[in-house]
Design a protein around this ligand. Structure first.
Ligand code: FMN
Length: 328
């Protein structure tokens, strides 16, 4: 049995093609305490692919969790050891992704139908590492969508020693919907997640799905232990700085958007010198001025094709910042 170790009141959801190390660095500039997750990494990719590239992170990213996709207990256990050795603070198992590709690999959301296997996976992982092994899942799949199903799933996986469950509060429909539709069409049922916390007060239950507003987020603490934010963190990242102050540290002096921008530019410059491409990094901050006058212009300036050398591109970003002068 392991302590859950760090404050999980707020976390940023794992998102493929979004939560790479550059985006996580950006998030950390905005919030010193939010818990960060990698994109999902399959066991196959980690065991046989470019491991250093998948594992690379910046020390400021802690607390940092690695999310795994897989369903073979031995492979997952091996990957958990790799994550712990690399310094990650948590390993998370993806039991929520509905994509066909993931279903063909027999992992993600379809694993909800096989609680015994998920329990076996978690047990195998947890027996090899001291960092917490957590599970991110949904409230159900297809027709298996009542509370009893969710309850039984959690009860079984809990037996394996898992103490932290992140619940995306909508079911997954495993055929006929794209992953994007599966994040929008099945209705959000937050009450299911609240009920879970009532039934299992000893578990840490983190709610996920549809949170965009500060008040709605802080209200969740009446019911559950934490809130995980996905798309809103990407679309409106500055929300994170405001949440940092409200949730973690009332003394936190919220940095201005332009300060964040400048800090991130310094980071991009360092990374550029190590061969990273500006475009791969600048794409993460297009939402920084969301809701402010000129946000559209800023987004456009960052999204356009940038000519010239990498250094030229970095300088073009200064022009984008100049567009926003006067807006903090
Ligand atoms: C572009 C994108 C990629 C995602 N990739 C993953 C992933 O790799 N692993 C995962 O567990 N969930 C993934 N999700 C789902 C999110 O983690 C989250 O559960 C979902 O977006 C609902 O939260 P939100 O309404 O706050 O966005 C992804 C979501 C998006 C939008």
């Amino acid at each position: 049995m392991h302590d859950t170790q760090f404050d999980r009141r707020l976390s940023i959801a794992p998102m493929m093609d979004h939560t790479d190390r550059h985006f996580r660095y950006f998030m950390r500039l905005l919030s010193p305490h939010v818990v960060l997750y990698t994109e999902m990494i399959t066991t196959g990719a980690l065991l046989h692919g470019d491991r250093d590239r998948f594992l690379k992170y910046n020390d400021v990213e802690h607390p940092l969790a690695l999310q795994l996709g897989g369903s073979k207990p031995e492979e997952l256990a091996e990957c958990a050891v790799i994550a712990e050795t690399a310094g990650y603070d948590e390993v998370n198992l993806n039991v929520g992704c509905p994509s066909d590709r993931v279903q063909n690999g027999q992992f993600g959301a379809c694993l909800m139908a096989n609680a015994a296997l998920v329990a076996e996976c978690v047990h195998a992982m947890q027996s090899r590492v001291t960092i917490p092994v957590t599970v991110k899942t949904r409230i159900g799949i297809d027709e298996q969508d009542d509370y009893a199903f969710l309850h039984n799933f959690i009860e079984s996986v809990k037996q394996s020693g898992c103490r932290v469950f992140i619940i995306h509060a909508r079911k997954a429909i495993l055929s006929g919907l794209s992953p994007k539709q599966n994040r929008e069409i099945p209705p959000l049922i937050y009450e299911r997640v609240y009920q879970l916390k009532q039934t299992f007060p000893d578990l840490q239950v983190i709610i996920n799905g549809g949170f965009t507003q500060q008040q709605d987020i802080t209200r969740q603490y009446q019911h559950v232990d934490g809130v995980m934010i996905g798309r809103a963190a990407y679309q409106n990242p500055y929300l994170l700085a405001q949440l940092e102050q409200v949730i973690f540290d009332q003394q936190f002096s919220v940095p201005s958007r332009s300060t964040i921008f400048e800090q991130y530019c310094q980071y991009m410059q360092q990374q550029m010198q190590q061969g990273e491409r500006i475009k791969n990094m600048s794409r993460h901050i297009i939402g920084l001025y969301q809701g402010q006058p000129g946000a559209k212009r800023f987004r456009r300036a960052l999204s356009q094709a940038m000519p010239g050398t990498e250094q030229d591109k970095l300088e073009l970003l200064d022009d984008a910042l100049a567009l926003m002068s006067g807006i903090s």
